[in-house]
Design a protein around this ligand. Structure first.
Ligand code: OAD
Length: 254
């Protein structure tokens, strides 16, 4: 089945930051975990498209595009300062920990659309962020200049040494996805692919599920999905419940 066109969004893809992923893999099975907002939902972070999700209360074009930043930067900052604040009071949930546990026996790469750091805090070591991070802010005139997200929140007064306004280190709609080529490479080498908590409606990230080789065992865990990609087994349920179950099976059996 094809995704409904109305729920597809596109972000341009570009390869960057190959060196950010460790390459010293020794374990026999390679598990690539691809996550979205649903994996962090039980930690207390809102998803985007579920009922009550972020995009019900905010319009993408008001807060998550370069045009929004040019038109009303304060509104954009208000939105991301709230996201950053929310991150401070949450913890990884059993799904994040179970993904990290898999590293005991397997080579595990996490590819995430999430901008939180819950995979890192859950103990995963190889994490590829596609849509940026809430941990840092970057210069709007020199994206290589990054500093930690200010504790008091980002304001219009924060500037880089060259005078450019600092902005969230987030990939907005219409911008280049980060680490996309390396994510494709990782998926193409997978023995198992585990997709968790994503509506698969934002491209190019969602297209990654099709990069897995034919022989790979492919599983999706989520609550609702508009479509299930070919060859994927769908496990309906919450990440916090279903991921630890599956992970312990994989750790027993290898
Ligand atoms: P969505 O909000 O689009 O989808 C969340 C998915 O998680 C849905 O399929 C839910 O059924 C599922 N879900 C919700 N709670 C869950 C739980 N407890 N356990 C398991 N699954 C659960 O979020 P994403 O697919 O991550 O990008 O959204 C993709 C991108 O759209 C985001 O990275 C963000 C957003 O706009 C940008 O802002 C650039």
């Amino acid at each position: 089945m094809e995704p409904r066109r109305s729920t597809r969004f596109f972000i341009f893809s570009v390869a960057t930051c190959r060196e950010s992923v460790r390459t010293s893999f020794v374990k026999p099975e390679k598990i690539v975990v691809f996550t979205g907002a649903g994996v962090s939902a039980e930690s207390g972070l809102n998803t985007f498209r579920d009922s009550g999700g972020l995009w019900e209360n905010f319009r993408i074009e008001d807060v998550a595009t370069p045009e929004a930043w040019a038109r009303d930067p304060q509104l954009v900052l208000d939105f991301y300062n709230l996201r950053r604040k929310a991150l401070e009071s949450v913890e990884p949930n059993p799904a994040h920990f179970a993904i990290a546990e898999l590293e005991k026996e397997h080579e595990v790469v996490v590819i995430t659309q999430n901008v939180d750091d819950l995979h890192e805090r859950g103990g995963s070591s190889n994490i590829i962020h596609l849509h940026g991070s809430l941990l840092e802010v970057k210069s709007s005139i020199d994206p290589t200049y990054k500093i930690p997200y200010p504790k008091e929140g980002l304001s219009l007064d924060h500037r880089c040494p060259r005078g450019g306004r600092m902005r969230p280190d987030i990939v907005w709609f219409g911008e280049a996805v980060e680490n996309f080529e390396i994510a494709i490479e990782q998926l193409q080498q997978a023995d198992k692919v585990l997709v968790i908590g994503t509506s698969l409606s934002v491209y190019p990230a969602a297209g990654l599920v099709h990069e897995a080789p034919a022989h790979a065992e492919k599983t999706i865990i989520a609550l609702d999905l508009d479509f299930i990609p070919d060859d994927y087994r769908f496990i309906h349920g919450t990440a916090g419940e279903q991921v630890p179950k599956l992970a312990s099976k994989w750790l027993e059996k290898g």
